[in-house]
Design a protein around this ligand. Structure first.
Ligand SMILES: NC(=O)C1=CN([C@@H]2O[C@H](COP(=O)(O)OP(=O)(O)OC[C@H]3O[C@@H](n4cnc5c(N)ncnc54)[C@H](O)[C@@H]3O)[C@@H](O)[C@H]2O)C=CC1
Ligand SMILES: O=C([O-])CC(=O)C(=O)O
Length: 357
């Protein structure tokens, strides 16, 4: 039997409200104006939210995640311009269903049911600033968003991009502990841009294709805490002392190189979106159960005496299931490690104290 006109209208209204929860006007079912009104949003794949989706990183990140075949639902949340970015990205003819969420009152809708939450929300550096100078503003932003995660999707994997990562990850951990939802395997600070840069700069020196190069970068994500292990580069190779010093410094200062080139217009956004998607894709492959998915991330760790440290981790169905030891370091790297740990200890403590005190 054919459905009646009223039934058809009701059906459209239901589907439409499901697709556009942040735009009630789209849910009135009065006209069949959205070509995707029959979308089910139930295709196999993972549900991913981006918090800070309208920003310099958020927008290209949203675009690249919409292109990822492992994603079935993509939620875009921001305190500004989320509907515009959502409308734009939703026209891409890829599988993921996109929904937009604007402002604190819609955070719950953005987060409920998510498998992976990626957070690039917060202010970026201007020339002359350190990442730690962002703490004052970004610490509070990260706290609020993580309180939302604890409430609405406590089992989601969290990829934290907002700087200073060395402090925002401990902040997130403390928020989750307070809420009783902390799972150290599921909280990952994103340091993949350091690896992406290291692969690029090392490939330049060696005259190789960057896609063939793998550089482990450990420690943290700021200045001397970024420690590339050039003695462990794949394919195996060696560097002169001059090359080692040049590469280490360039990798550590990669973020500042972009901040200065942008002259006050922000920090790395496009390479960061690329690096974030590479890392998110690894997390989703781990969630899917793929074997041997390995990437560097800033995680809860027993690799050193510090409670958090970036190193290679194996990603699986429950997050960072294994945290790898650093392997043999040369003298230059051992000295670098001591410097990194000193600064890291302070940044981690600053994050912990922000929530505890
Ligand atoms: N982990 C890493 O390797 C990297 C981290 N970053 C960091 O990522 C962050 C974002 O950088 P950009 O995208 O360039 O900045 P941006 O200013 O272009 O975008 C940030 C976005 O966050 C949004 N936002 C602010 N408060 C929010 C809240 N409470 N809830 C949701 N969204 C909120 C803003 O509206 C804006 O759309 C910065 O802290 C930056 O330092 C940047 C590059 C690399
Ligand atoms: O340098 C910054 O402020 C942004 C960042 O973390 C990076 O590009 O590595």
């Amino acid at each position: 039997m054919q459905p009646s006109g009223a039934e058809v209208h009701q059906r459209i209204a239901r589907i439409s409200a499901h697709l556009y929860p942040s735009n009630p006007k789209m849910g009135d079912g009065s006209i069949l104006e959205r070509t995707n009104c029959r979308a089910k949003g139930g295709a196999p794949g993972f549900k991913v939210a981006i918090l800070g989706a309208a920003g310099g990183i958020g927008q290209p990140l949203a675009m690249l995640m919409k292109m990822n075949p492992l994603v079935s639902v993509l939620h875009l949340y921001d305190v500004v311009n989320a509907p515009g970015v959502t409308a734009d990205i939703s026209h891409m003819d890829t599988g993921a269903v996109v929904r937009g969420f604007l402002g604190q009152s819609q955070l719950e809708g953005a987060l409920t049911g998510m498998d992976l939450v990626i957070i690039p929300a917060g202010i970026p550096r201007k020339p002359g600033m350190t990442r730690d100078d962002l703490f004052k503003i970004n610490a509070g932003i990260v706290r609020t968003l993580c309180e939302g995660i604890a409430k609405c999707c406590p089992n989601a994997i969290v990829n934290l991009i907002s700087n200073p990562v060395n402090s925002t990850v401990p902040i997130a951990a403390e928020v989750f502990k307070k809420a009783g939802t902390y799972d150290p395997k599921k909280l990952l600070g994103v340091t993949s841009l350091d690896v992406v840069r290291a692969n690029t700069f090392v490939a330049e020196v060696l005259g190789l294709d960057p896609r063939e190069v793998e550089v482990p970068v450990v420690g943290g994500h700021a200045g001397v805490t970024i420690l590339p292990l050039l003695s462990q580069v794949k394919p195996p190779c060696s560097f002169t002392q001059e090359e080692t010093e040049y590469l280490t410094k360039r990798i550590q200062d990669g973020g500042t190189e972009v901040v200065e080139a942008k002259k006050g217009a922000g920090s790395a956004t496009l390479s960061m979106a690329y690096a974030a998607v590479k890392f998110a894709d690894a997390c989703l492959k781990g969630l899917r159960g793929d074997a041997s998915v390995v990437a560097c991330a800033f995680v809860a760790s027993q690799v050193t005496e510090l409670p958090f440290f970036a190193s290679k981790v194996r990603l699986g169905r429950t997050g960072a299931e294994e945290v790898y030891q650093l392997g043999p370091l040369n003298e230059y790297e051992r000295i670098g490690l001591e410097k990194a740990k000193k600064e890291l200890a302070e940044s981690i403590q600053k994050g912990i104290s922000f929530i505890r005190n």
